[in-house]
Design a protein. Sequence first.
Length: 135
Amino acid sequence: SVKAWDAVCELVAHHEGHVVELVIDVLGHKPAAGALRALGECLGNPHPFVRSEAVRAISRHVDPQSLALLLRGSRDPEPAIGRMAGRSLVSKLERAPASIAEIRTSTAEGIVALIAGERPATLMNPEIFGGDNLS
């Protein structure tokens, strides 16, 4: 129900701790629009741990809305969270390039700009995020 999803969104947007961590993990495995909405709320949580767990959970979704949320996550004030979201976004687009057409034009333009290098090159630099590939 809408009220139930609203309650989940309220919980994850303003709290932290093991309960929120478990809720985020479950949301990462639920192929429902309400789950992505709640994970999107997590991106605004004041606690970096909650935001990073949200990015991990969003990365597991295949819905086109997950691309828009990862783009939002790539702008996180914590550089590590932003890089994680950016890497996941690029990885999703490499696996399914046509998915860029499935989301709103304004968001697609932002993703194209991200891939085209208008975002700092550190996103694509393996030395910065520790690894040889983007997956």
